[in-house]
Design a protein around this ligand. Structure first.
Ligand code: NAG
Ligand code: NAG
Ligand code: NAG
Ligand code: NAG
Length: 383
């Protein structure tokens, strides 16, 4: 069973004791977070598990729908909390498609549309899967594509568009409140300008990302304060992913990664946490980036542990997950930390010597595909 094997692998490779950054001091602990039984998640490719309730109400088992090569932070958090998770996040999603125009064939469902799906399946008169306000956590993680499109598409003016994005975000959170949501975990943006993809655009774009993210985060933080005032019977906790991402990228080895500035094209869009391909310099688990824009499952796990620490003050053990997404009441013993394997000369390092021109070409193709998808351009032979 891939799911259980993957979890075992997750426990083996990275230990919770390594988790250092946490915004715990800044955020109040969420009241009775320990009693959370259900997670409802909204977001983009950093959060998606490929779940679509229209295809079946129960979440798909395993890691097939994530962008991390393994589980993602939503799943790890659910496993740690022994909670069911219903994750409406979809790749490339923004807060509001009417604000950020994405010029490509299929427009991904933005926050308001994900919310409508939640309402349709979980907020009717008699939802098939019951949930209660006090035992449900609503997580919202947007901004990566909003800021990405704002910066990379010329037509967007950040100082005009960011307040609109945040206003729409606030409206959707208010609507969740109207539907009974009372416990909110609002995730702030990671430094996406440190991804191999954004770095490939050069220093000017990196700097623009940096300042635009700052603007988005500060505007959103003000909005969250406003929501807290408006809804005193609800809990709003923000978790800033930047400290953890920065800590990992500043000192990857301390967190169990041997490669943190590049990705290996051969691991792109793969769903096997233990994948170890000879054309890459190291196993997937030793990379911080699963592709040029998305972190690996190991990074997700560290973020999830840090979130749990922020919310509850401690990092619960991961328990196993059967196919229905609910976790088994079994606390896994933490196995000894796996030794980091060194880069293997016979493998990916040959790449730079010109021995694998094919690999370079494939990586260039992946990067060009991403670049064109951001710019709203189709590639020949692609829909
Ligand atoms: C962006 O919008 C702001 C506020 O409306 C305006 O002052 C600024 O000139 C605009 N920038 C550009 C490059 O159009
Ligand atoms: C999305 O943006 C459009 C255009 O600005 C706006 O009319 C609409 O109310 C927004 N949706 C939400 C949920 O705020
Ligand atoms: C991003 O901005 C922060 C200040 O907000 C600065 O400390 C940091 O060096 C910047 N990073 C890059 C890569 O520009
Ligand atoms: C996990 O959740 C299931 C279903 O709600 C419950 O039966 C079980 O006792 C829980 N396990 C733990 C360790 O809380």
């Amino acid at each position: 069973m891939l799911g259980l094997a993957a979890l075992a692998a997750a426990g083996v490779t990275l230990l919770g004791s390594l988790v250092a950054p946490s915004s715990a001091a800044a955020a109040p602990a969420l009241p009775s977070f320990a009693s959370i039984e259900t997670l409802f998640s909204f977001g983009d490719s950093y959060s998606t598990v490929g779940y679509k309730p229209q295809d079946g109400l129960l979440p798909l088992p395993g890691v097939g729908g994530t962008t991390s090569g393994g589980y993602n932070w939503v799943q790890f958090l659910a496993f740690m909390q022994n909670a069911s998770y219903f994750d409406f996040a979809q790749s490339a999603a923004t807060v509001n498609n009417s604000i950020i125009h994405i010029n490509r064939g299929e427009t991904p469902p933005s926050f308001d549309i994900q919310l409508a799906t939640f309402e349709e399946y979980f907020a009717g008169a008699e939802p098939e899967i019951p949930w209660t306000s006090d035992k449900s956590l609503f997580t919202v993680f947007f901004g990566i594509n909003d800021i990405g499109f704002t910066v990379l598409q010329d037509s967007h003016n950040a100082s005009e568009i960011v307040p609109k994005i945040v206003q729409s975000y606030e409206a959707s959170v208010s609507q969740l409140y109207d539907r009974g949501a009372r416990k909110f975990l609002l995730i702030l943006m990671p430094p996406t300008y440190r991804t191999p993809y954004i770095k490939s655009f050069g220093a000017e774009t990196v700097a623009k990302f940096n300042t635009t993210i700052d603007l988005y985060v500060s505007t959103l933080t003000t909005a969250v304060a406003d929501l807290s005032t408006r809804y005193p019977d609800a809990s709003f906790v923000t978790y800033d992913t930047a400290p953890m991402f920065n800590a990992i990228l500043d000192d990857a080895a301390a967190y169990g990664f041997s490669i943190s500035s590049t990705s290996c094209w051969a691991y792109w869009n793969k769903h096997d946490p233990e994948l170890d391909l000879p054309s890459c310099e190291a196993p997937l688990a030793e990379y911080a980036w699963a592709d040029d824009y998305h972190p690996t499952w190991g990074v997700h796990k560290l973020v999830a542990e840090d979130i749990a620490k922020t919310l509850t003050g401690s990092v619960p053990s991961i328990v196993a997950a059967p196919p229905d997404g609910r976790t088994i009441s079994r606390r896994a013993a933490q196995p000894a930390r796996k030794a980091i394997r060194r880069r293997r000369p016979g493998h990916g390092s040959a790449r730079g010597s010109g021995a694998s021109a094919h690999d370079e070409a494939a990586h260039a193709l992946m990067r060009e595909r991403m670049r064109r998808s951001w710019a709203g351009l189709a590639m020949a032979g692609e829909d």
